[in-house]
Design a protein around this ligand. Structure first.
Ligand SMILES: [Zn+2]
Length: 287
């Protein structure tokens, strides 16, 4: 296939040769963020609300949500500039397509609502608050039950296999909770999950789903989406009954560091593209 770049009609191969440095710079740069907020606690809180609302809408758009009890959360400064932080999360009883920046609730470390109306579903508080408390540096926790990830997590052997480019990005970054304990109605269950997660970025939950954690909304969003894509490739490949080919160890190692250096850029590019889609098709999320 010949790819035209609009560079006076040259082909991709010729353009790489002729404009190699230019192409590289363009590839590694991101579009500006699709919103602006003022400096200070209110602005930082508002930015977190905008991004979290876009994440709810975007992941629902991508088929990652189930029902109304999957949850995404972000830690943010209190909008009123008060002491401590709030965990922003959606209130119980609404659909992800109804989430807006302003109807997200902020709860304190005791799960008491201090911003907005309503309160989160119990398991949201138990899982998310526990991970935010126990995992240093985490600002964002995303938990859902996407179909391929959850199907994989229901298998006796549910390790993510290094059989595709999508899964390679998670090499040595996944923890496995192999002991499903029922619906997480207690903080102790969230704390147990947080201990198993440790310093990994992803927790696969047996018989349940998955959790991603990150310091940015875009990174958690990106990792949750591509985890599902990696699980899809693995499940579809396994369903053929043919043997899947593991990527050699040296390739895993050689890819890991260069990829991780670029991951935040990839994550920003993907998440903010979805953000712009939501601005176009579901603009009320910014209300
Ligand atoms: Zn769940």
């Amino acid at each position: 296939m010949t790819v035209m770049l609009g560079l006076r009609g040259v082909t991709l191969a010729k353009a790489v040769t002729r404009y190699g440095r230019l192409l590289t710079r363009a590839f590694t740069s991101s579009y500006p963020k699709p919103y602006t907020v003022p400096e200070g606690p209110w602005g930082t809180n508002r930015a977190a609300r905008l991004e979290l609302a876009a994440a709810y809408r975007g992941l629902d758009h991508l088929g990652m949500n189930e029902g109304v009890v999957n949850h995404l959360s972000v830690m943010a400064p209190r909008a009123d500039g008060g002491d401590g932080k709030v965990m922003l999360v959606f209130p119980q009883g609404i659909h992800w397509q109804e989430v807006t920046a302003s109807n997200l609730v902020g709860i304190d470390s005791e799960a008491k609502t201090v911003e907005g109306e309503g309160s989160p579903e119990t398991t949201a508080s138990c899982i998310h608050l526990s991970i935010h408390k126990m995992r240093a540096g985490t600002k964002v926790v995303m938990h859902c039950h996407p179909p391929y990830t959850t199907a994989l997590a229901s298998l006796e052997d549910f390790e993510l296999r290094m059989v595709s480019q999508n899964s390679l990005r998670y090499w040595n970054r996944v923890a496995y909770d192999r002991c499903y304990q029922g619906v997480a109605y207690a903080f102790e269950e969230g704390e147990r999950m947080a201990r198993i997660l440790g310093d990994k970025d992803i927790l696969m939950l047996a018989n349940h789903g998955a959790i991603t954690v990150a310091s940015t909304v875009s990174a958690a969003f990106h990792n949750l989406y591509f985890l599902e894509r990696a699980a899809m490739v693995q499940m579809l490949g396994m369903a053929t009954g043919n043997k899947m080919v593991e990527v050699p160890e040296e390739v895993k190692r050689s890819m890991s560091t260069p990829y991780l250096k670029k991951e935040q850029t990839y994550a920003d590019d993907f998440f903010y593209s979805i953000y712009r889609l939501m601005q176009k098709y579901q603009p009320d999320f910014e209300n």
